[in-house]
Design a protein around this ligand. Structure first.
Ligand SMILES: [Zn+2]
Length: 307
């Protein structure tokens, strides 16, 4: 269960009171089906992958949380973690993880073990949301005694597996609604100021400030660039307010701010950011870009880590 004290502490940090949180929650509407669009695709993969349920979210509807593992984990092979839908509204993250499983994983299973959680926030998927029903962002909640059931369930399951993760790909999008909906809501929730920033037009990646792995991120950018355009930095050399470290890459202190990418202590981690609202891309290209990010990173590890 999610830690109740921690949940209350998260509420205490908000400037919204309980009524305001509930008011926000009541405005959210289910507009697409996790079962039909995600679970059905997961179930279709049972012949090639082991599927486990790592938790359940008991909201107005109940959501089972699924993780897929390569069968016959080989102790001599390094393990790769792929996560999608931490922000449920970021569609290509969910479908990029599934597409990798459907089309490319078999190219890599002789070298790597895989653990894949394609949709960490199913309620957010169904209601096109960044937060969970408590108005808590799961992607700021990957820490001990998390106030978010979405984050806590995966952390507990993963720690029980006792596996060392070599690389973690956490699949996201940056959307126009970040500026028009989600960041204004965040400013309202926290009583903070909303400074608009330009939504980058194109793909970018976020590395870990503490362990940036520049060459790994570069390989990801070069792979994605073959299928879609990379976001140019703004006139200040920044993407979403952060100075780029190389073309299409910024770094965040992923662990200290509770990002999913800091979940596993992986030696290599990246957060992918696809821009689905660009006039230059289709929904399909966004999915393909997520797959290219994963394969670019894996190919780098094959070539440079002798796996
Ligand atoms: Zn996101």
């Amino acid at each position: 269960m999610v830690n109740e004290e921690s949940r209350v502490a998260a509420f205490d940090k908000m400037s919204w009171n309980k009524e305001q949180r509930q008011e926000w929650y009541k405005q959210q509407k289910v507009v697409r089906s996790y079962q039909q669009e995600v679970v059905s695709k997961i179930e279709a993969l049972t012949s090639e992958l082991d599927i486990s349920k790592y938790g359940e979210l008991d909201y107005e509807s109940c959501y089972s949380l699924f993780v897929l593992k390569t069968t016959n984990f080989n102790a001599n092979n390094p393990t790769i973690l792929i996560t999608g839908g931490v922000h449920g509204y970021e569609t290509s993250g969910v479908h990029g993880a599934l597409r990798f499983l459907e089309t490319r994983i078999s190219d890599y299973t002789d070298r790597f073990n895989f653990i894949v959680a394609p949709c960490i926030s199913p309620w957010g998927y169904e209601t096109i949301n960044r937060w969970n029903p408590d108005a808590i962002d799961p992607n700021r909640s990957f820490y001990t005694n998390s106030p978010s059931m979405e984050s806590q369930s995966l952390m507990m399951w993963l720690s029980a597996q006792e596996v060392d993760v070599l690389a973690h790909f956490d699949l996201h999008e940056t959307t126009d609604t970040d500026n028009s909906v989600f960041r204004p809501a965040l400013a309202s929730r926290d009583g903070s100021e909303h400074n608009n920033w330009n939504i980058p037009d194109g793909f970018y990646a976020v590395g870990d400030e503490e362990n940036p792995r520049h060459d790994f991120q570069k390989a990801i950018i070069e792979s994605v660039e073959k299928v879609t355009h990379i976001a140019p930095a703004d006139s200040n050399g920044k993407l979403i307010g952060k100075t780029i470290t190389q073309k299409g890459v910024i770094n965040y202190p992923v662990k200290s701010i509770g990002l999913c990418a800091g979940l596993s202590n992986a030696d290599y981690c990246t957060t992918t950011e696809v821009y689905p609202d660009s006039p230059k891309v289709s929904e399909e290209e966004c999915i393909v870009a997520q797959v290219a990010a994963i394969t670019g990173g894996l190919d780098y590890l094959v070539q440079n880590r002798e796996v």
